[in-house]
Design a protein around this ligand. Sequence first.
Ligand SMILES: Cc1cc2nc3c(=O)[nH]c(=O)nc-3n(C[C@H](O)[C@H](O)[C@H](O)COP(=O)(O)O)c2cc1C
Length: 390
Amino acid sequence: MLRFETAGESHGECLVATLTGLPAGVPVSLDAVNRQLWRRQQGYGRGGRMRIETDTAEIVAGVRHSKTIGSPVAIIIRNRDWKNWTEALPVEDTDGAEDKRKRVTRPRPGHADLAGVLKYNFDDARYILERASARETAARVAVGAVAKLFLAEFGIEVLSHVIQTGSAKLERGASWDELVELSRKDEVVLGCVDAEAEARMKAVVDEAYRTGDTVGGVFEVVAHNVPPGLGSHIAWDTRLDGRLAQAIVSMQAVKGVEIGLAEEGSASFGSKVQDTIHYHRGERRFTRGANRAGGLEGGISNGQDVVVRGFLKPISTLRRPLESVDLTTREPALAAYERSDVAVVPAAGVIGEAMVALVLAQAMMEKFGGDSLPETKRNFGAYMEQVKNY
Ligand SMILES: Cc1cc2nc3c(=O)[nH]c(=O)nc-3n(C[C@H](O)[C@H](O)[C@H](O)COP(=O)(O)O)c2cc1C
């Protein structure tokens, strides 16, 4: 079973990720991983931290001569900011270390601060926010990039775009080619395929900057060329839609997920929602009238693009802080402020891509197995032949 884990604190030495269960022989390029890390750091509305960190991956296990060797892939991403935190977050306690802590005692509404201190019985939210921080997602994106390289061997690609920032929405669909073009850009504003909509989105972020506020939004992840038959209807935890939903909602600040046009569909009649089925005799294959289901029926991929949207709440650290209570005095106090992002929807899209890629890679390995890439490809090829000849 393909699985990944991450470790690391926001201002600690580094982030660490492991990915276990890929077959041997998957080509891995550091440039490809670093490109995804770079994409995660972009977007109008990011805070000062992104100017400090230029993330680069160090692969320390599982890849030799540019290919996986079947053992767990381990990746390290060093935190450049660590040099400013060595005294505040030392591994070993020493005399005087207590005075150098950067305590957070005014929990931020919406962050993990208060729930975390109650749970772990800390008098300081620092240890909580260090791990709750979305800095952790750099590690997800690194292993997600490796999952993408595996999927690419089967012609599967995963990309994203921003369809809403605050109240500003993209009012049309986006083609796959537009997503490809967007992903190749070296300047990212708000990750929207439409210049006019992006300008409206930027105006919303500008307003948040002006007023000391933050904004959320919606990103859409599209997986292209996914074969039919990944995931299964047979049990609640084998359904691919459920697994994708868990993966997307597990992202920091994501509060909702939509598969296909779920929200629109829930307000429509069935005749307007289900994707009609047709057959192309010349090509000997089934076709569909639309893709409102987002490529999933019965928890099984149906061969259309898999489309998943993530709904991000606005960032909870505000320059104009909200009411809170000081953990020490129990007196009313304004919530803590620490250098923070104002809008992160394009970055969330890139993280969403990584999560979708990891879930799809897991589903591919479940279905096709194999210890070497040629073996997995052979199994995949035989199955695709069966589908073609159905
Ligand atoms: C890419 C990204 C960047 C984020 N940056 C910040 C940030 O700078 N400041 C902040 O307070 N929250 C930020 N968040 C959100 C918090 O990590 C998140 O709200 C917090 O961990 C609490 O979890 P929850 O919102 O899922 O309940 C970011 C989220 C993402 C996806």
